[in-house]
Design a protein around this ligand. Structure first.
Ligand SMILES: C=C1C[C@]23C[C@@]1(O)CC[C@H]2[C@@]12CCC[C@@](C)(C(=O)O1)[C@H]2[C@@H]3C(=O)O
Ligand SMILES: O=C(O)CCC(=O)C(=O)O
Ligand SMILES: [Fe+2]
Length: 353
């Protein structure tokens, strides 16, 4: 069993933020927090007839929106959340027993972005990827692994249907017709799509102004659908489309009956840069133990994602070279924030270094 070193400080009983988890204020306050009402994330009823153009507008300008009429049963969302709470409330040594092994992504541990920062984040994660879910969870909680796995599998299926609808709206807004949509892009091999569920736990923090729940990043997949528990919230997105130097963190608080949808790097590539791969982070609070469940959808492992040819200026060519999701994840493991730049045609040299 891995040892319980200070690397695995128990966040749930903390009365102060140790140095290992104290982030420099220059990092935490790199941009101001938006205070004005204009900075509010679009809320979109995705069942409306004109949803595609509104979704397209939100993806271009924000890279994130709230979806209503999403069709995921409220009861399922509650069950996912309560199973996640129960999982994270297990003793640390039990959770560590499920740390990913033998190349698997699934299990308890720090998300990959953690290795790019000298400080630890005020959160715990549990990743469920592909068909190895059951093995991991039956080891973790033998007493109720069946219901945990059933709930997560039901969640995955519902989320996949929703992701299909969302990607259809996004592609429609980019000018693809029904026939083109079936031939190119994420809908072509939807049944084989790669999916990952990431459960995140952000325990209450005695000094929230010194810690970060999840450091700033973009997601790598096509898109992410996020359910967050009620309460103070914590998700923030970087709004950076105005004049240079005016970027601001905007709160994305929980709203009843809505899910948060954000554009990932691969949809940014697919749209040849039209959709914003939104940078986001999670802050923590003194009062709320927050849970989030992120669903990521990407192409099947063997499919290369390149820009849709209709969206490419023939004189300039595509901005990015085509990549598979596993290849791109590998690049991110080495370059993190610079991964997208490294697959830009103009900047190929970076990745060769
Ligand atoms: C498929 C994946 C996407 C992800 C890396 C991972 O292998 C599994 C966890 C995902 C996650 C969740 C937290 C933020 C993030 C950047 C990270 O470090 O781990 C994402 C990764 C991603 O979007 O690339
Ligand atoms: O918990 C959140 O609000 C953000 C989680 C997130 O960004 C992720 O899992 O990629
Ligand atoms: Fe994320």
């Amino acid at each position: 069993m891995p040892s319980l070193s200070k690397e695995h400080f128990d966040l749930y009983s903390a009365v102060h933020v140790p140095e290992t988890h104290a982030w420099p204020s220059s990092y935490l306050h790199d941009h101001p927090i938006a205070g004005d009402r204009r900075a509010s994330i679009p809320v979109i009823d995705i069942s409306e007839p004109d949803a595609a153009s509104i979704v397209g507008g939100a993806c271009r300008s924000w890279g994130v929106f709230y979806a209503t009429s999403h069709g995921i049963p409220a009861d399922l969302l509650h069950q996912v959340e309560s199973h996640a709470r129960r999982l994270f409330s297990l003793p640390l040594h039990r959770k560590l027993q499920t740390a990913p092994r033998d190349g698997s992504l699934s299990g308890y541990g720090r998300p990959p972005l953690s290795s790019f920062f000298p400080k630890l984040m005020w959160s715990e994660g549990f990743t469920l990827a592909g068909h190895d879910q059951l093995a991991v969870t039956s080891e973790l909680c033998p007493f109720d692994s069946f219901s945990f796995c059933e709930v997560m599998e039901a969640y995955r299926k519902e989320m996949k249907k929703l992701a299909g609808k969302l990607m259809r709206l996004m592609l429609l807004s980019l000018g693809l017709d029904e026939e083109e949509m079936g031939q190119v892009g994420p809908l072509k091999e939807l049944s084989q799509a790669a999916e990952v569920i990431q459960l995140n736990s952000y325990p209450t923090c005695p000094e929230p102004e010194r810690a970060i729940g999840m450091a700033a990043h973009t997601d790598s997949a096509f898109l992410t659908v996020l359910h967050q528990s009620d309460g103070a919230g914590g998700l923030q997105v970087l709004r950076d489309q105005d004049e240079p130097g005016s970027a601001r963190w905007v709160d994305v608080p929980p709203r009843p009956d809505t899910l948060v949808v954000n554009v990932g790097d691969l949809f940014h590539i697919l749209s040849n840069g039209r959709f914003k791969n939104v940078r986001h982070r999670a802050v923590v609070s003194r009062a709320d133990h927050r849970i989030s469940a992120a669903y990521f959808i990407g192409p099947p492992a063997h499919i290369k994602v390149g820009s849709i040819s209709k969206l490419v200026d023939m004189r300039l060519g595509p901005i990015y070279r085509p990549v598979t999701w596993p290849e791109y994840l590998g690049i991110r493991t080495r370059l993190f924030d610079k991964a997208l730049d490294s697959v830009k045609f103009q900047e190929k040299a970076l990745e060769k270094d």
